[in-house]
Design a protein. Structure first.
Length: 428
């Protein structure tokens, strides 16, 4: 363990020595511009807990815990390493201006992470095991927590050099929470010596709360009555939604079987694009027009629905999933699929492309209900749409929510005990 810490310290030192030269590289201009916004990230009064994330997905995973501390009037530090999540983080911080301190991860510039963090509890999500974070979390006066932990896909063997490395790293954490039991077993088989290893997906709480109010949320939209009237024309099993859709996901509509159902008016289609800017939406609309489909862009001012309906209303995808028996999640023909947990909890059959290796949600569903998950190996593979298992439409998520809230409360108590136990001494 001591050798491991010394290696991390050495890597951190070398990086600090090289960074003044590395940041001169032309292709890092955007990164420097991103980090330059840290000019306001000065020293601040002590906080109770610090989170580090690198994507919007990770923000959603930590959000239930983060909000729990904010709603209890506690102070929170949030470090984020990617500009892709910047707008969401800033919006959240604007709601709690006196309680949140933000820092864009300073790979190339200052301030030094270990001097900026004041909290005595550091929470990482999934990975981002940067040396400075490891060194801070390994301190004796700091509690170190890892959420949405995953090791199974790394195929690590306990007694190899890689296995020893990962075992040593994970053993630094005081609490590890995996997303499913398979991952939990993988950590235990590796022989990780963390004090507590649990299995729980915190995003479930957030998703189930939204699903429980889905009808109420959609009813408040100006489009609500027209939307309910439109989907009511189709059986639950004959409604197909593409969530977070990319152009690369659309080839399924070249299938003769799907084209025939759409043209006969037997399959209701709703597309929720991955991006809602006019250029991205226009490209999706153009693709369908070129492939002889009639399209309608659905916003709060829409008057008609067509063969293909492209929804541009932000923030309602989870709620929409609850009304569709066939739920295709985009991104599987890009870098990786987007959230498959949302449509799964909504109750439909989940489809996605082949790139699932980065998704702990996919592994979770595969372990608990594989009959409701279909991975398409290529974007013309549509056979699964016609022989898949589609359960009856869920009418209520109350019982699911109660069950998950009980489990979540137990783990939240553990996190709070770790945090407040350290903070009683640090903030006195």
């Amino acid at each position: 363990m001591i050798l491991f810490i010394k290696i991390q310290s050495f890597i951190s030192l070398i990086w600090r020595l090289l960074s003044p030269v590395i940041r001169l590289l032309p292709f890092l201009k955007r990164r420097l511009a991103f980090e330059s916004k840290n000019i306001n990230a000065k020293s601040h009064s002590p906080c109770h807990i610090c989170f580090e994330i690198s994507s919007e997905g990770e923000l959603q995973q930590i959000k239930p815990i983060l909000l729990s501390f904010l709603e209890a009037s506690k102070r929170v530090e949030l470090i984020f390493s990617s500009s892709s999540v910047e707008s969401k983080v800033e919006k959240l911080a604007s709601m709690y201006p006196a309680q949140m301190e933000l820092l864009r991860y300073p790979f190339l510039t200052g301030p030094k992470i270990q001097k900026w963090i004041t909290a005595k509890t550091l929470v990482l999500c999934r990975y981002d095991f940067f040396p400075d974070l490891i060194l801070y979390g390994a301190r004796k006066d700091v509690k170190f927590i890892l959420l949405s932990a995953a090791i199974k896909h790394k195929r690590v063997r306990p007694h190899t050099i890689r296995g020893i490395y990962w075992k040593t790293l994970f053993s630094l954490f005081d609490l590890i929470i995996t997303t499913n039991d398979e991952e939990l077993n993988a950590f235990q088989e590796l022989g990780v010596n963390s004090k507590v290893i649990e299995s729980f997906e915190f995003r479930k709480l957030q998703i189930l709360r939204r699903l429980d109010k889905a009808k109420e949320t959609l009813s408040q939209l100006a489009l609500g009555p027209k939307l309910f009237s439109w989907y009511g024309q189709y059986k639950y099993s004959k409604r197909l939604i593409l969530g977070s859709a990319w152009i690369s996901d659309l080839d399924i509509f070249k299938s003769p079987e799907i084209r025939s159902l759409v043209k006969k008016g037997e399959l209701g289609i709703l597309i929720a694009p991955h991006k809602l800017d006019s250029s991205f939406v226009s490209n999706i609309k153009a693709w369908f027009n070129q492939n002889d489909y009639q399209t309608e862009v659905i916003n709060n001012h829409a008057t008609n629905f067509g063969e293909i309906n492209i929804c541009t209303i932000p923030g309602i995808l989870v709620e929409l999933y609850s009304y569709f028996g066939l739920c295709y999640v985009g991104g599987g023909f890009e870098r990786s699929i987007h959230s498959v947990l949302e449509p799964f909890l909504a109750g439909g059959h989940v489809f996605c492309g082949p790139r699932t290796h980065r998704s702990t949600e996919y592994q979770h569903i595969l372990s608990v209900s594989p009959d409701r998950l279909t991975r398409l190996q290529h974007n013309l593979d549509t056979s699964g749409f016609f022989n898949c298992f589609i359960p009856e439409k869920k009418q209520s998520w109350v019982e699911d929510l109660k069950t998950e809230e009980k489990r979540g409360a137990i783990l939240m108590n553990q996190i709070e005990e770790l945090t407040y136990g350290m903070q009683r001494r640090a903030l006195q």
